[in-house]
Design a protein around this ligand. Structure first.
Ligand SMILES: Cc1cc2nc3c(=O)[nH]c(=O)nc-3n(C[C@H](O)[C@H](O)[C@H](O)COP(=O)(O)O)c2cc1C
Length: 331
C-alpha cells in the first residue's frame, strides 16, 4: 500500500516559505500541515491572519491550514473563508500543550471536556462546507481522556484524526504511549494518522508493522532534523553530495524568500537559526556548530557556519535519535 506521509506543523518554523522550499528540494512528502491560525473575529475576518496560507495557488504541495478555537462561530468563519479561497480541508488543533492555550480549554485543554466537544461539533458539522480533521493527543492530564472524546468524534463525518500519543502535561517529553494509541486506533471510525517520534526509518518500520490500521503518517521533529527522512521512508536514496546540494539550495531559497519579505537582517537570521536548531542534527557533530552559530550576528558569519557544517559527515540514525533525546531537554 502506498505510504501517505505529512509534515507536521511547527509554529515559527514551517512557514509557507519553508514548506514550499522543503517540498521543492526534499522528495517524499505527500502533504504539509500549516501552523495554527487563531484569534479570528467571526463578524469581521481579518485576511492578514491567513497570510501564511494565501493564496492557495502559492502552495507547491498539498497544504492543510490549521486553527485553534473553542468558538463554533469562529470555526465556521475560518472554514468559510478558507473554502472561498480554494481550500477543501481544514485541521482543528486539539493537541497544543502550551498552558497559555490549554488553560483556556484550547488545544489539548479541551480534552477533559467531552460535552464541550459535542456541543461544538453539533453546531459546526451541519454547516461546515469543507472537510474537517482533528489533531489531538491522548489527553491533557490523563491518557484515558481521549476515550470519551473519541466516542463523540465517531458520531461525526470527520475526515481524519491525527493522534500524537502523549498527554499534554508531557509536552514533548517522555515516551510515546503506542499501546494506548493502538487502543484508540481500534476504537476509531475515522481514518487515523499517527504522529510522534518518527525520527528514522527503523522507527517508522516498527510503528507501521505494529499498527497496520494506520491510514497515514505525520513526521515532525524527525523530518526537521533530517530533511531526507520522507525520502528514506519511501525508499528514495540520494547520494551524500546530492543531499548536500539539496540542503544548500533549500537554504538559499529560504534566505531569498525571507529576504524578499523581511527588511531586517537580525530577524531573518533568527528565523534561519530556528531552522538549523533542528537541521544541524542531520550532520554528525552538527549540534556543536549550531551552538556556535546561534550567537552569530551577521549574514556573513552565518553563511560561514553553514558552509563549515555542510562539510561534516551525515549523522547515523543512532546519532539522530541521541540528538533528538538531548534536544527534548531544551523544549
Ligand atoms: C516549536 C513547536 C511548534 C509547534 N507548532 C505546532 C502547531 O502550530 N500546530 C500543531 O498541531 N502542532 C505543533 N507542534 C507539534 C508538532 O506538530 C508535532 O505534533 C510534535 O512535534 C510531535 O511530533 P514529533 O514527535 O514527530 O516531533 C509544535 C511543536 C513544536 C516543538
Amino acid at each position: 500500500m502506498a505510504i501517505n506521509l505529512s509534515l507536521a506543523p511547527f509554529q515559527g518554523i514551517t512557514t509557507r516559505i519553508y514548506r514550499n522550499a522543503y517540498a521543492k528540494h526534499f522528495p517524499g512528502l505527500d502533504r504539509v500541515f500549516a501552523p495554527f491560525i487563531s484569534g479570528i473575529h467571526p463578524e469581521k475576518v481579518n485576511p492578514s491572519k491567513f497570510a501564511d496560507v494565501l493564496p492557495a495557488s502559492g502552495n507547491t504541495i498539498e497544504t492543510i491550514p490549521q486553527f485553534v478555537s473553542i468558538d463554533s462561530q469562529e470555526v465556521l468563519a475560518i472554514a468559510d473563508f478558507l473554502a472561498d479561497h480554494g481550500y477543501g480541508h481544514v485541521n482543528w488543533n486539539m493537541g497544543c500543550p502550551f498552558s497559555r492555550l490549554a488553560n483556556k480549554m484550547r488545544g489539548c485543554g479541551i480534552l477533559p471536556f467531552p460535552e464541550k466537544v459535542r456541543e461544538l461539533l453539533d453546531e459546526i458539522m451541519s454547516k461546515i462546507t469543507i472537510g474537517l480533521s482533528i489533531k489531538t493527543r491522548l489527553g491533557y492530564h490523563h491518557p484515558d481522556e481521549l476515550s470519551s472524546i473519541l466516542e463523540i468524534l465517531n458520531d461525526y463525518p470527520l475526515k481524519e484524526l491525527i493522534i500524537h500519543p502523549r498527554i499534554g502535561k508531557q509536552r514533548y517529553l517522555g515516551n510515546v504511549d503506542v499501546d494506548t494509541f493502538r487502543k484508540y486506533l481500534a476504537m476509531s471510525n475515522i481514518p487515523v494518522t499517527y504522529n510522534g517520534d518518527i525520527f528514522h526509518t527503523t522507527r517508522y518500520r516498527e510503528l507501521s508493522n505494529s499498527n497496520p490500521g494506520v491510514s497515514s503518517w505525520m513526521a515532525g521533529r524527525g523530518a526537521l532534523i533530517n530533511p531526507f527522512l520522507a525520502a528514506q521512508i519511501k525508499g528514495i536514496n540520494l547520494g551524500d553530495q546530492e543531499k548536500r546540494d539539496r540542503i544548500g539550495a533549500f537554504c538559499n531559497d529560504l534566505a531569498e524568500g525571507k529576504g524578499s519579505r523581511i527588511n531586517n537582517e537580525k530577524k531573518i537570521l533568527g528565523q534561519l537559526k530556528a531552522v538549523w536548531y533542528y537541521m544541524s542534527g542531520v550532520f554528525s557533530g552538527g549540534k556543536q556548530y549550531f551552538d556556535a552559530m546561534k550567537v552569530c550576528e551577521n549574514s556573513q558569519s552565518y553563511l560561514n557556519f553553514v558552509h563549515e557544517m555542510m562539510q561534516l559527515p551525515f549523522a547515523s540514525d543512532h546519532e539522530i535519535e541521541h540528538h533528538w533525546k538531548n534536544e527534548l531537554k531544551h523544549i
